[in-house]
Design a protein around this ligand. Sequence first.
Ligand code: GLN
Length: 485
Amino acid sequence: MIEKTAAELSKALSGREISSVELTQAFLDRIRKQNTMLNAYITVCEDSALAQAKAADKRRAEGDSSPLLGIPIAHKDIFCTKEVTTTCGSKMLHNFIAPYNATVVENCINEGAVTLGKTNMDEFAMGSSNETSFYGPVRNPWDINRVPGGSSGGSATAVAADLCAIATGSDTGGSIRQPAAFCGITGFKPSYGRVSRWGMIAFASSLDQAGSLCKSAEDAALMTNVMAGLDKKDSTSIDKPVENYTASLNDSLSGLKIGIPRQHFAEGLSTEIEKGIREALKEYEKLGASITEVDLPNNHLSVSAYYVIAPAEASANLSRYDGVRYGYRCENPMDLEDMYKRSRSEGFGDEVKRRILVGTYALSAGYYDAYYRKAQKIRRLIKNDFIEAFKEVDVIIGPTSPNTAFELGAKSDPISMYLEDIYTIAVNLSGLPGISIPAGLANGLPFGMHIIGKDFDEAKILNIAHQFQLRTNWHLKKPNLEQAN
Ligand code: GLN
């Protein structure tokens, strides 16, 4: 049962084939068996999960049939969860028990979803491999010597290894889509502003967006129905009616215009992945879609612009961790200055410190124009590229990542790690929605197809992803964990 999609589980629950308590227990058993090796969860909420499951069963018995009622899910440890430790993968927050729920968490609770626990992640969501977590690396269930991608690697592994039905994630430069690609699952980042960021610990506020990691595009649609919406507590959340994302999943794709960006099929892309994506695109042609090449001429600047803008925003956001109000405080400080200094140098890991240094430098008086302002100008050029491309096509499709999952420890220099997001970062810089869906295997490892939509076109890209999954079975492929063990 635990391998099923949330949509299937929802049917089983409403058909009384299983109760939420039984289902939750099955997931908890699976977590107990596999989590020591996979390290996907930082915190497991066994007692409260069972209590929530019991309440969900009661609601169902009383006639409530909300789609995710009683479905066991997990939250990335970046989402504040009331009375639960919320670490953001950092020693800095190892003792932080959130006093409130993030809006995303609250929405899921109101729906009646069961919270199994909090998933592991790169520290403060900075990374592409989940190796920067204070709680140790997460392992990829397809090959435990490989990374699951990052920063939502715990969520990706948890979904791929059936340690939950759905997991939340956050995506600042690719952190939902890249791990989804590496773990053979569906990862959806809605447009900037579509989902509230309130209570989602801030990394780079103009780029961060919450989304979901799922077993199918249909599940992503179900989850987006619950997550999306205006939130008065987040001034960047959009006042635009939430669509019913499941209603349009079966719309016809006849006449759809797909753009293939030349720059996403260039040097650096694995030949097997390129072959696989081109093969996958044929499915759309069979459905009546047409395919043309488009240009995103400034894409090669996206990683550089991002690594000025994101650290700049991070350096400001992370200044709140000072050892005073909450989080880690060093022992026996000599004075106030010593407390600030040592709390931050002992509480943050190397990658986070690197970003704070780069960000502070880029924002400093003499360098602001040379770096930060320049990066913002490039960001505008990148957005303009999409605006131009979308005059010709309805959606843009390419690979999610240039390669499949790499081995733990394989990328020791930061630059090669940063280049992991070469196809995903421009989407965040432009605020667009993007989804990664499984599109094949290369040497036994999954890779993803990346579908990018126009602003707030989430319904369309979920529809396009779902139609592919109706006709192919890549999303049904499972890692053989017993063998991996
Ligand atoms: N890998 C990118 C980084 O390290 C993106 C991370 C993210 O999307 N949270 O910043």
